[in-house]
Write a new protein. Structure first.
Length: 300
């Protein structure tokens, strides 16, 4: 992207501190001042027009105010999970969500009371004009009720970005990822960002736990990643209730599975976790026993 440094420069111009400008003027030879002023004026004008003329994709999220997005497609993935596709205001808009961040969605439960819950879009800012959520709807879940009721044409109120995790390419040599159920969504988003960036060589080992094969979300996409990027990404599924023919793990994720599939403790690796609370507690104790320091662990 050749445009980026120029764009940054134009921002710096607008942020130019007046005090510096005065210091600059006072310490300049008078004969040079005219030229310097003209130069600054030309620079500012150029930056202004450059800024106006370049089509910077419009970011839609606001961290302080809820904004509404229209549901344009709802695809059932299993008996209780669905993929929701929302339109952004224009076909060239981007959501404006840094990799690893999530959003807060607002809705109403079955009694009509307001609820707010966090969700991690599975799309990236390279997807223009829309964003997608994968949501598991629990029988008595409050926000689950809202999502179950949603029909194409309905609007969802969303604000963000939020979250403590941020990702920069090259931040680590390898990620180990441990996910349970819908805990796959942040892992999926980060994995996509890494694999779709040819310059990002970060390795990923994903351990993904669920009850049945039917519960595995985004399985087709994950399997595609594994076959397309065999030296960079691998996934090991673990099921409580495996089918008859099954070559993944059985039961819960064990310490052995972590040792076999995740990168060994090292300063340039990190283990990311996202799943139900009991799973987090168990996995954290396994990781501690295996010698992963708290710096090497992150829980979403
Ligand atoms: C950062 C982040 C990202 C997330 N991303 C996603 C995502 O992409 N997709 C997604 O589907 N979800 C995601 N979640 C989970 C999501 O925020 C909601 O928690 C989930 O949708 C359930 O909300 P609910 O209001 O329907 O359920 P709730 O009304 O809270 O209940 C859910 C179910 O669990 C049971 N339950 C509630 N509390 C407990 C408890 N303490 N112990 C045991 N059972 C309990 C209820 O009976 C119900 O069956 C994310 C959560 C976080 C924190
Ligand atoms: C995960 O579990 C550990 C150990 O029980 C706990 O210290 C930590 O706060 C938990 N993190 C989250 C985000 O729930
Ligand atoms: C029910 C469901 O689909 N989610 C589960 C996936 O597997 C993990 C680990 O076994 C469970 O903790 C989730 O609740």
């Amino acid at each position: 992207m050749l445009e980026l440094p120029l764009l940054k420069m134009s921002f710096r111009f607008t942020k130019f501190d007046l005090r510096h400008l005065r210091y600059f003027a006072e310490n300049l030879h008078p004969e040079l001042l005219g030229g310097a002023v003209a130069l600054v004026a030309v620079g500012l004008t150029a930056a202004y027009f450059y800024h106006r003329l370049t089509k910077v994709p419009k970011k839609c999220l606001d961290p302080n105010n809820f904004k509404e997005f229209e549901l344009i497609k709802k695809t059932q993935l299993s008996h209780n999970a669905a993929r929701f596709k929302f339109a952004l205001p224009t076909p060239t808009s981007v959501l404006g969500l840094p990799v690893g961040k999530n959003i807060l969605a607002r809705g109403r439960d079955s009694s009509g009371a307001e609820v707010m819950k966090s969700y991690t879009p599975i799309t990236l800012d390279s997807d223009v004009g829309y964003f997608e959520l994968v949501v598991k709807m629990y029988p008595n879940g409050k926000m689950s009720h809202h999502f179950r009721q949603m029909k194409v044409g309905d609007k969802l109120a969303v604000k963000g970005p939020k979250g403590r995790f941020s990702y920069k390419p090259g931040q680590v040599r390898a990620f180990g990822m441990i996910a349970g159920g819908t805990g796959i969504t942040p892992m999926f988003q980060i994995t996509r960002a890494i694999l779709e960036n040819p310059k990002d060589k970060t390795k990923i080992s994903l351990l993904y736990a669920n009850v049945t094969v039917d519960d595995i979300l985004l399985k087709e996409e994950l399997d595609n990643f594994a076959s397309k990027y065999p030296s960079q990404f691998n996934v090991y599924y673990v099921l409580n209730k495996p089918p008859n023919e099954w070559n993944g793990g059985v039961g819960y994720i064990t310490k052995d599975m972590i040792q076999t599939h995740c990168p060994a403790p090292a300063r340039d690796i990190q283990i990311l976790m996202c799943g139900p609370q009991p799973m987090n507690n168990t996995m954290t104790s396994y990781l501690n026993e295996l010698g992963y320091t708290s710096k090497m662990q992150f829980v979403f």
